[in-house]
Design a binder for this molecule. Structure first.
Ligand code: SAM
Length: 238
């Protein structure tokens, strides 16, 4: 069965109804979330933007942490799930705002330009590559000059790498990493089409947790990323 955009949005509405403003409404693996947030904070600090758009911000769990860490930067979180945005609420720091908007409907996106646009596992929820491409084009039009896109999204290549190592160790492959509502990115395509630079920030974490043992998560978080084993990656487009 091919997932439709409406099915996927309903799925996220249901997650928001079920888990409200909790982190697990949008990710059930808290060490990985910590790694994502730490990585994104490092990137934001390096860019020193004035206005940041967080696309597919869900219930704003991460956006609020970015905003609290950088009080001098203005953050806008958008999501097409009204339920998610309802749970983002208005209890965040003063420098962050939330609104309902669909990245595939440019007229719904906030006005003005942004020097940094970020995603955290959003575009992989668009079920077809031609629409993902349209979403990236819509976001590029909102970038100021200079401006940067930081797309933190999951990669098919990363899943293949992990499974290769598992097979080499005589373990079965992990078959269900890409859920029904996701279409993971292809690294080669991102480099070819957008000149994306890829940061394999979850490589060490995934190698230790998904190949060696899940109990190694805490240790994995204090080690630097080595190799290309992780499927959660950061695609940087200038
Ligand atoms: C995996 S969740 C991640 C949420 C948030 N970035 C986080 O890390 O907690 C993906 C989010 O993307 C949103 N989303 C998916 N497609 C979207 C679209 N076309 N426009 C806006 N938001 C979208 C979903 O509603 C969902 O809240």
């Amino acid at each position: 069965m091919t997932a439709t955009i409406n099915d996927i949005r309903s799925f996220w509405d249901d997650r928001a109804r079920q888990f409200g403003s909790k982190a697990r409404a949008t990710l059930n693996e808290s060490p990985l979330r910590r790694l994502e947030i730490r990585t994104m904070i490092g990137q934001i600090a390096a860019c020193r933007p004035r206005r940041v758009l967080d696309v597919g911000c869900g219930n704003g769990f991460s956006t609020k942490q970015f905003a609290a860490r950088f009080p001098e930067i203005e953050f806008f979180g958008v999501d097409y799930s009204e339920e998610m945005i309802r749970h983002a609420g208005d209890d965040g720091p003063d420098n962050c705002r939330f609104m309902v908007a669909d990245v595939l409907k440019p007229q719904t996106l906030p006005k003005g330009t942004f020097d940094l646009i970020i995603t955290q596992r959003c575009l992989q929820n668009i079920p077809d590559y031609s629409l993902q491409k349209q979403a990236i084009e819509n976001l590029r039009k909102l970038l100021s000059s200079p401006g940067k896109l930081l797309l933190m999204e999951c990669s098919k290549n990363g899943v293949r790498q992990l499974n290769k190592v598992r097979l080499a160790l005589g373990r079965e492959t992990i078959g269900n990493i890409q859920p029904w509502h996701n279409r993971f990115f292809l690294d080669g395509r991102m480099v070819r089409c957008y000149g994306a630079k890829i940061i394999h920030f979850s490589s060490t974490y995934m190698f230790l947790v998904k190949v060696v043992h899940p109990r190694l998560a805490k240790i994995a978080l204090v080690l630097p990323p080595v190799g290309r084993f992780g499927y959660d990656k950061l695609y940087v487009i200038d």
